[in-house]
Structures are given as C-alpha cells and as structure tokens.
Design a protein around this ligand. Structure first.
Ligand code: NDP
Ligand code: 2IT
Length: 448
C-alpha cells in the first residue's frame, strides 16, 4: 500500500479488515484514496467532518432473492443487489449488471466509482449500482422476461424517479430495460422516468445507445489533441463487442481511425481492413451470436480463441471495453512494446493497478474509466431531463451536449491534476475533480 497520510491509511486498514473478501471494492477504494492524499492534506475539515469515512461506506445495501421459472418449468433462484452508495448531489444513479460473476464486491466497486463519475458529468446524480448473478446467455426471451419481472417486483419498492434511477450495464440492454420498465409501471401504476436507456417509443433518449462509446472517443480525442495527436490514421484495438465496444468502433472509424481487433469472452477477431461496424452490430445486437461468426461475413479476417491475447495485436490506441481487470501487466507490456501511445478505459476498471502504473511510467496517455466512460450516464442524465420536461431532443442536440460534457470532464480532470501538482495524471485529476463536488455537498448537508 502506497498511502502515507495517517487518516487515509486508517480508513483503508479498517476497511480492508472489514471487507477482506471484497477485492474489487478494495482495489477501487485504494486508487481513490491515493489520489485524495494531497486534497486531505490541504483541507483538514475533510477529516474533522469524517467525509472520507462516510464516502467509503454505502448509504444502503439491498440484497434479495430472485425466484423465476425456466422454460422447462423448473424453479430457478438468483441473487439480486442494489447498492445505493451516495446521494449527496442527486438521486442514486447507475446501471444494473446481469452476469454470472456478479457478487457484492463487484457491485460495491461499481457503485463507488459511479459516485465520482456522475459528479464529473456536472449533472445532479448520486451514485449506485445493482444487478444479479443471472446469466442471460442462452436464455429465451420469455425466461429473460420472467427473470426481469421477478427482479423488479422486489426492486420497485426501493427505486423511483427522485430516489434511485437504474439503467443498463453488462447483460442489460434495450430488451431487459423494456421488461423492467413494464413491470415497474404495472406494480406502481405510474409512468415515470424511473429507468434510463428506455426504448424511443416510451421515453428513451436518442443517442443513449451510442453514448458511452461515442463519449469515450470524444474524451480520447481531447487527450490525444493535448499531445498534438488525433485518431486520424491510427490503428485501434477495442476489447469486448457489447454496447460500449460497438459504438466506440463506429466513432473511431468516423474520426479517421481503423479498428483492427475486437473480442468477446471466447476469443478475438483481427481484420486488417478495419472491422465493419454494421457486421458487429448485426452479430451482437440482432443475432446475439459469438464474435467468431464475423468470419462468415468477412472470410479474410482472422479469429483467435481466448480473449487475453488481443493486447498483443499491434496498435496505436487501445480501448478496453469489456470488463474489470481484463488488461493486466502482461497485456500492458505487450501494448507498450508494440508502440501504443494511448489507452482509454471504456469498461469500468479494466486495467489492473500494475497495468496503469506501467502506462504512466512509460508515458502512455491514460484515460481512467470514471472520466472516459462517463458519456453513458451523462446521456442517462439528459434522458432524465427530457422525461421531466416531457420533451424529446434531437439526436444532434443530445450528441452535441454529450460532446461538450466529455470536453468539460477532460478539462476538469486535467485541471485538477495540474492544480494538485500531478500534471498529466488523469487518474488523480478525475478522482479529485469528481470528489470535490461530492465533498462540498456532504459538508453542507451535515452528518448524514
Ligand atoms: P455488454 O453486455 O453489452 O457487453 C459486454 C462485452 O464484454 C461483451 O463482449 C462480453 O463478452 C464482454 N465481457 C463481459 N464480461 C466479460 C468477462 N468476464 N470476460 C471477458 N469478456 C467479458 O456490456 P457493455 O458494453 O454495456 O459494458 C461493457 C463495460 O463497459 C462494462 O465494464 C460496463 O460496466 C462498462 N460501462 C457500460 C456503460 C453502458 O452504458 N452500457 C457505461 C459505462 C461503462 P461475452 O458476450 O462473451 O460475455
Ligand atoms: O457504468 C456506467 O456508467 C453505466 N453502466 C451507465 C449507468 C447509467 O445510469 O446510465
């Protein structure tokens, strides 16, 4: 542990004793505490008012049974979660993840990160996250619907447009949000903006589907521009082939880059001609098939079994867009050796701490998730605004606001890093800039 400040060290030691079995949560906490050292030293009132002690403790954790009946008539039981982490600057906001790996540690790390990310968007949203260990892969639409209905039957008591507004994450897209919304409306008998990522026919926002991937590219564009670079002519590797990865591919291509590799949890494809966005969209959004079927459309492409090897594909820019800790030191070394100049996190915490340290020590431009992937939740915030206004903005208007927000996040992170003597360190800058607004709101609201 590299912490020097006694107050922060005590908090971390205490938490690691209490949450020893929550490695992802502790990983996310440690990175933030390291960034906050200079802030805590400059502002003694943060310790006096127990701001960090309170910040690392979720306001509320809900865990519940999710029983449902599969197509063969058998009863299945999953575990559901919602972690309402911090509501200092707005209602809890953050996605729902459906993946067999989901546990409390993962939901707590995601909820914690969401607090800072949402603050960076400049919109009034607190932080939360939820999900279940349900695996949507291989399930019929009817099974997914029954699961979603059962999940919402419990969740609907705890959420609301002014309380907690969930959205999608891994395994939760338009289909799942539709089923969840339908069940909320049926039980509560109210049509409100209680979820974001809704379909366009029932209150969704244009550009929400594209927002995380587009936002990631807008942020990366700013980071590259500050170093006199751009996407033009760059080779780009994107891991994953879900919502974030697909629209990152589209925007990279529009900005003049070439996406040469993408993956799913089984393996990766390499297409030297540039991976066709429309083909990936068809495979993943329409057919829900594996990425290796790309070869049926583009026989000249190559498929490699196993997803980790993707970081050995030569590139200038790497965009990890699959899941936490998918890019470790070995992957980072391969990228550096191949001359990669920039890494921007589309997924949440995809790079291990060792990988981040290596990038920073080798002068690779590095954009942390809290800042770089905030475009998704930013447009969720804009969806909430449109629902409140009972108006819909055009695609161009939402996209322009998204672009402006990503530029402002870059400036806030770069500015805070400079102000606290860590120029160029966007990890520290994003953590500090996100933290300051939340801390000021907590100070103003007393000990709650
Ligand atoms: P999707 O479910 O649409 O896609 C997830 C992709 O990541 C799939 O290609 C999946 O492969 C791969 N993947 C998931 N888990 C693993 C794993 N354990 N090992 C290897 N590959 C894996 O999710 P999203 O695109 O929405 O989310 C991707 C990341 O971006 C997540 O970290 C999420 O938290 C983050 N994020 C998402 C936002 C959003 O708006 N959707 C906003 C901000 C961040 P396979 O199909 O084989 O499982
Ligand atoms: O990690 C994330 O920021 C998301 N999954 C999106 C959350 C949201 O509320 O749109």
């Amino acid at each position: 542990m590299a912490l020097k400040n006694e107050y922060l060290k005590d908090i971390y030691n205490n938490l690691s004793a209490k949450s020893a079995h929550e490695p992802e949560f502790l990983q996310a906490i440690l990175e933030v505490l390291e960034s906050l050292e200079p802030v805590v030293e400059r502002r003694p009132e943060l310790e006096k008012w127990g701001i960090i002690d309170r910040l690392v403790e979720p306001e509320r954790i809900l865990q519940f049974r999710v029983p449902w009946v599969d197509d063969s008539g058998k009863v299945q039981v999953n575990r559901g979660y919602r972690v309402e982490f911090n509501s200092a600057i707005g209602p809890y906001k953050g996605g729902l993840r459906l993946h067999p790996s989901v546990n409390l540690s993962i939901i707590k790390f995601l909820g914690f990160e969401q607090v800072f990310k949402n603050s960076l968007t400049t919109l009034p949203m607190g932080g939360g996250k939820g999900g279940s260990d349900f695996d949507p892969k291989g399930k019929s639409d009817a099974e997914v619907m029954r699961f979603c209905q059962s999940f919402m039957t419990e969740l609907c008591r705890h959420i609301g447009q002014f309380t907690d507004v969930p959205a999608g994450d891994i395994g939760v897209g338009a289909r799942e949000i539709g089923f969840l919304f339908g069940q909320y409306k049926r039980i509560r008998n109210e049509f409100t903006g209680v979820l974001t990522g809704k379909g366009l026919s029932y209150g969704g926002s244009l550009a929400r589907t594209e927002a995380t991937g587009y936002g990631l590219c807008y942020f990366t564009e700013e980071m590259l521009a500050a170093a006199g670079q751009s996407f033009q002519g760059k080779r780009v590797v994107i891991s994953g082939s879900g919502n974030v990865a697909i629209y990152a591919n589209q925007k990279v291509t529009q900005l003049g880059g070439k996406v040469v590799a993408m993956s799913d949890s089984n393996g990766y494809i390499v297409d030297e001609a540039g991976i066709d966005f429309k083909v990936i969209q068809e495979i993943k959004e329409v057919k829900r098939a594996r990425i290796k079927t790309y070869l049926d459309y583009v026989p000249s492409a190559k498929y490699v079994e196993g997803c980790k090897g993707i970081w050995g594909v030569k590139c200038d820019v790497a965009l990890p867009c699959a899941t936490q800790n998918e890019l470790d030191e070995t992957g980072a070394k391969a990228l550096v050796e191949n001359g990669c100049i920039a890494v921007a996190e589309g997924a949440n915490m995809p790079c291990t701490p060792e990988a981040v340290t290596l990038f920073q020590s080798k002068g690779v431009l590095f954009a942390p998730a809290k800042a770089a992937n905030a475009g998704g939740v930013a447009v969720s915030g804009l969806e909430m605004s449109q629902n409140s206004l009972r108006l819909n903005w055009s695609f161009e208007e939402v996209d322009q606001r998204l672009h402006d927000i990503m530029v402002s996040i870059y400036n806030a992170a770069a500015g805070a890093a400079k102000e606290y003597g860590m120029e160029g360190n966007l990890v520290a800058g994003a953590n500090i800039a996100g933290f300051l607004k939340v801390a000021d709101a907590m100070l103003a609201q007393g000990i709650v």
